[in-house]
Design a protein around this ligand. Structure first.
Ligand SMILES: *[C@@H]1O[C@H](CO)[C@@H](O)[C@H](O)[C@H]1NC(C)=O
Ligand SMILES: *[C@@H]1O[C@H](CO)[C@@H](O)[C@H](O)[C@H]1NC(C)=O
Ligand SMILES: *[C@@H]1O[C@H](CO)[C@@H](O)[C@H](O)[C@H]1NC(C)=O
Ligand SMILES: *[C@@H]1O[C@H](CO)[C@@H](O)[C@H](O)[C@H]1NC(C)=O
Ligand SMILES: *[C@@H]1O[C@H](CO)[C@@H](O)[C@H](O)[C@H]1NC(C)=O
Ligand SMILES: *[C@@H]1O[C@H](CO)[C@@H](O)[C@H](O)[C@H]1NC(C)=O
Ligand SMILES: *[C@@H]1O[C@H](CO)[C@@H](O)[C@H](O)[C@H]1NC(C)=O
Ligand SMILES: *[C@@H]1O[C@H](CO)[C@@H](O)[C@H](O)[C@H]1NC(C)=O
Ligand SMILES: *[C@@H]1O[C@H](CO)[C@@H](O)[C@H](O)[C@H]1NC(C)=O
Ligand SMILES: *[C@@H]1O[C@H](CO)[C@@H](O)[C@H](O)[C@H]1NC(C)=O
Ligand SMILES: *[C@@H]1O[C@H](CO)[C@@H](O)[C@H](O)[C@H]1NC(C)=O
Ligand SMILES: *[C@@H]1O[C@H](CO)[C@@H](O)[C@H](O)[C@H]1NC(C)=O
Length: 852
């Protein structure tokens, strides 16, 4: 019903417009030096017909403008806003000098694009985004209306942000609802610290958005999802960045403008609303009393929820003028009650030294205006930066911006119910309530960290000694060919085994009986033959759990045999049971376990053989790196993520890999990634979901902080390893190759680039130019989310898969990694497992193909 009506209205409207334009002989003409001009009454439509260019206004004040081609008046740009034409005799054309010019009835120019043009042969056209472009015959653009904006920010426009050039008051309001001449309000960008949107009334600030934290303007905590509606800040080009505005749905008609009465508003055209469509308000600002600039004065905090008494002084401050303040005149603000210790020292006040200044936390704040950004070294703390400078009154470390400090008065502070940032204000010791909690906390942290480091050191020493005691014994390395006709499988045992264990299998996996794989138990002698008695020549590598050999079984099939080190504490039945479970894990991104072989003490796992060896052979080899172009790398990342998701969630066994790294990712003939060595932790003990284990398995550099330090593992420790691996794949560099650099680890380096907004520089130079920027940046951000210190903040693998595959998902911002995890490899050897399982530095675990 509604649709029919709308359609009818639409048909009527288009009929009306067609006849209207026909009567005015409107052809979508381009203007050019030779020819066409637009007389008052005619209009030109843009490419795509979303916009129109022509004359508007009342009969005594005519303006040339551009508007959305919709029933409601919605002018988005005005040319001669200060000089209206008083009758309908105006003409827009390209003057003889090539400039776009508005002439009045007397051939006098009232407005000109006013640019110097090399050739006088120019054309002007209105493009699909509503931009009027004046270009020369060589297609060089001389002038565009998007660069001389009036009051509206349209999708496609760019607003320049340049710290050296300072404030950019790009938009100016109209004088009144129907007078487009410049009004009292302007809107633009203040680039200081991190850019923010500001509305000025004359020279005074009226509202500010708070600093851009790369996702939202931090002073507009509600600004999420569709509310945000596509604001973005480009990367820096020669010191300039640009704010852009991209609609989520490209067909949406949007405008973001400074209204004549000083309110910023964001509107979307809803064609199904009202009578033929309506502009709907997405948001406007200032939206409450507290949004007005510095409502509560310096050092005051405004809280809209406490209306009508919205203003309070910050802790440690008192109203400057108590009478006025109590009367509700808050503009005087507040003053410090107790002078800071550092101030007293400077002004030589003698008296009792009352202790060091400290900080008090104010959560959920709109941060004060006029921040300074400080760059922190890895060992530096934002609070130290503030303490070192006596004029510093507050600091905060904002995710996505960095360390901000304020010198002097704290201006325009607001308290939000939700969202916002924590502001640490500096107070004299006596204002902090006696005990110096901060330094007590610091001491506790230092003591705990010290004990931990000592513990880890002792532990490693112990492990190292143990390792030397139990060096694996290879029974024979002589390569002697023996060609006996041996059965490959020990069939009887196999059948017996599967019947024996069927009960327990069914209890563990609720799988259907029909698809239950039988576990082939390989004949020991056959395996000996296949690998030439574990000949050194056939050795593919030495992994964390034993050496891997290549083998050829009769019939030409290739297999990989992993000869497990003898330290497995499991009994034989347990072991077989475990293998049956692991053999059931089948996923295209997992290496297939074909079976096992048991002979006395000797236990072996038989895998499919992977001809392309492992990922690290390609990734970190300068000559082979180029084989992995961006597409392949992305496929590999996705594949690993899916494989891991399967292990964590879909396989029902909930396997935590615990040693995910580049050398454990094997590549098949089409370079598809396959995770190997999964389930080892189960065989070697410890298969709880989250556990504190005294047997730490893993490789430094890939180990999450909680796992490396406390032995605490969970699916989130795998997520951490995945993050490191992802960043390695994108950058083509080993995590550990940064050990001696100033960044300490790949993670430190990524964080550095990310903060400098140069994340693209992480991408392997051999593929940097050919990779899709958005996808690469998305990958990097996902990687950074995975390597966050706090396990709870890390995404699960299912979110990782979602984030990698869907462009529509808004990614959270990663938290800054702390010092210890930056140090990633606090042990000085490259790829190491601590514990009984030792991986040598060329540890490559390889596996083989079994015909499918
Ligand atoms: C206007 O110019 C564009 C290219 O600049 C061209 O595609 C279009 O056909 C022109 N329109 C007319 C009516 O000449
Ligand atoms: C305006 O100038 C055009 C040529 O540039 C001329 O043809 C026209 O007669 C002039 N009109 C008036 C009113 O002077
Ligand atoms: C465009 O206008 C400006 C100012 O009116 C003038 O200086 C310039 O010469 C004009 N363009 C050309 C190509 O002459
Ligand atoms: C043209 O621009 C120059 C400076 O670029 C300015 O001085 C002049 O007033 C402008 N002329 C018009 C007609 O806007
Ligand atoms: C201007 O450009 C048009 C087409 O681009 C061309 O036909 C015409 O000859 C040019 N005129 C001059 C004076 O260069
Ligand atoms: C318009 O502004 C953008 C960004 O500031 C700039 O890249 C572009 O060159 C400008 N266009 C013209 C014609 O000056
Ligand atoms: C026409 O609009 C102008 C402002 O654009 C205004 O000053 C003037 O009063 C209006 N005239 C009439 C007759 O409405
Ligand atoms: C955020 O939005 C909620 C409702 O959408 C509103 O109640 C609240 O006042 C808003 N907060 C701010 C600070 O705008
Ligand atoms: C940056 O500046 C250099 C020289 O100053 C120039 O060659 C280069 O084209 C500029 N890059 C951009 C994107 O403007
Ligand atoms: C975009 O908007 C159009 C029309 O409003 C609608 O038909 C389409 O489904 C929207 N697309 C998305 C992805 O929301
Ligand atoms: C508000 O207080 C300030 C001093 O704090 C004073 O200058 C100003 O006149 C007062 N305004 C009103 C309306 O009382
Ligand atoms: C503070 O005292 C020291 C010596 O006690 C003196 O050198 C210095 O000039 C004094 N500073 C001020 C600001 O009075």
């Amino acid at each position: 019903m509604g649709i029919t009506t709308t359609n009818q209205v639409g048909v009527l409207l288009s009929f009306f417009f067609i006849s209207y334009f026909l009567s005015l002989f409107c052809h979508a003409a381009n203007l050019s030096t030779q020819g066409n001009s637009i007389k008052d009454g005619q209009t030109v439509k843009s490419e795509g017909e979303n916009f129109e260019l022509g004359f508007f206004g009342n009969s005594s004040a005519r303006y040339v403008g551009i508007w959305y081609s919709i029933p409601e008046p919605s002018v988005i740009w005005v040319a001669n806003r200060e000089k209206p034409i008083s009758d309908k005799s105006g003409v827009l054309s390209i003057g003889e000098n090539g400039n776009l010019t508005v002439f009045d009835g007397n051939n006098v120019s009232v407005w000109s694009s006013n640019v110097s043009i090399a050739s006088t042969n120019t054309t002007a056209k209105l493009d699909h985004s509503g931009n009027l472009i004046l270009s020369g015959s060589d297609n060089k653009v001389y002038w565009e209306s998007f660069n001389v904006s009036t009051d509206t920010f349209l999708p496609g426009m760019k607003v320049k942000v340049n710290a050296e050039e300072g404030e950019n008051r790009f938009f100016t309001s109209w004088k009144s609802a129907d007078d487009p001449s410049a009004g009292a309000y302007s809107m633009g960008i203040d680039p200081r610290a991190s850019p923010q949107i500001v509305i000025w009334e004359g020279e005074n600030r009226r509202w500010r958005s708070g600093h851009w934290d790369r996702q939202i303007f931090s002073g507009v905590p509600n600004m999420t999802g569709s509310y945000l509606y596509g604001f973005g800040l480009s990367d820096s080009e020669n010191g300039s960045r640009y704010f852009t505005y991209t609609p989520i749905n490209t067909t949406d008609k949007l405008k973001f403008r400074i209204r004549w009465d000083g309110y910023e508003e964001q509107l979307r055209w809803d064609e199904y609303k009202g009578d033929g469509g309506e502009w709907t308000l997405i948001q406007y600002q200032p939206s409450n009393d507290c949004d007005f600039y510095n409502k509560c004065g310096d050092f005051g905090v405004c809280s809209a929820a406490d209306s009508p008494n919205i203003c309070k002084c910050m802790k440690g401050f008192v109203p400057r003028n108590a009478d006025q303040w109590n009367r509700g005149n808050w503009s005087g603000g507040c003053v410090r009650r107790t002078e800071l210790q550092c101030q007293r020292e400077i002004s030589n006040v003698t008296g009792e030294n009352d202790g060091e200044d400290g900080f008090f936390d104010l959560p959920c704040m709109k941060l004060p205006d006029f921040a300074d950004l400080e760059t922190l070294g890895f060992t530096e703390d934002c609070s130290d930066k503030c303490l070192k400078n006596c004029s510093c009154t507050a600091y905060t470390n904002v995710n996505g911006i960095g360390c901000m400090i304020w010198k002097g008065d704290l201006v325009d502070v607001q308290h939000f119910k939700r969202g916002g940032n924590t502001l640490h204000i500096r107070l004299a010791h006596s204002e902090l309530g006696g005990k110096n909690k901060l330094s007590t906390l610091v001491i506790i942290i230092i003591v705990v960290a010290g004990v931990l480091v000592l513990g880890v050191f002792v532990f490693l020493l112990w492990r190292f000694k143990t390792k030397q005691k139990v060096l694996p014994t290879v029974s024979s390395t002589s390569c002697r060919k023996s060609h006996h006709d041996l059965p490959i499988f020990e069939r009887s045992t196999s059948r017996e085994l599967s019947t024996d264990l069927s009960g327990s299998v069914d209890v563990t996996i609720e799988g259907d009986q029909a698809s239950r794989p039988e576990l082939p138990l390989f004949n020991f002698n056959c395996v000996i033959t296949a690998t030439d008695n574990f000949c050194e020549e056939n050795k593919l590598g030495e992994g964390g759990f034993g050496a891997v050999y290549k083998g050829n079984i009769p019939g030409g099939q290739e297999i990989a045999v992993k000869r497990l080190s003898r330290r497995s504490t499991q009994g034989l039945d347990e072991f077989k049971n475990e293998i049956i479970l692991l053999a059931k894990l089948q996923h295209r991104n997992l290496v297939r376990l074909l079976g096992c072989c048991i002979q006395g003490e000797e236990k072996m796992l038989i895998y499919e053989y992977m001809p392309n060896k492992s990922l690290d052979c390609f990734l970190f080899d300068p000559t082979k790196q180029t084989i992995l172009d961006w597409r392949k790398r992305f496929t590999i990342i996705e594949g690993i993520a899916r494989g891991l998701l399967y292990l964590h969630r879909d396989s029902r066994l909930r396997i935590i890999h615990r040693d995910l790294k580049a050398s454990n990712i094997l590549l098949d003939e089409d370079m598809n990634p396959k995770i190997s060595d999964f389930g080892m932790a189960r065989i070697f003990g410890g298969n709880q979901d989250e556990a504190n284990t005294n047997r730490v398995v893993g490789t430094y550099g890939y180990m999450s902080p909680e796992y490396a330090m406390e032995g605490l593992f969970s699916v989130k420790s795998d997520v951490y390893s995945f993050g490191v691996l992802l960043l390695e794949i994108v950058s083509g560099r080993r995590n550990t190759s940064f050990r001696l650099s100033e960044y300490s680890s790949l993670i430190g380096y990524v964080w550095h680039l990310w903060n400098e907004e140069k994340a693209m520089e992480l991408v392997d130079p051999s593929i940097r130019d050919s990779c899709p920027r958005d996808e690469a940046l998305r990958c990097i951000q996902v990687g950074m989310l995975c390597v966050q210190d706090s396990a709870t903040l890390r995404p699960t693998m299912s979110s990782v898969v979602l984030m990698l595959e869907s462009e529509a998902v808004t990614l959270p911002l990663p938290r800054q990694p702390n010092f210890t995890s930056m140090r990633g490899s606090f042990v000085d050897t490259e790829s190491h497992t601590a514990g009984h399982e030792i991986a040598s530095s060329n540890d490559l675990t390889v596996t083989m193909v079994f015909g499918r």
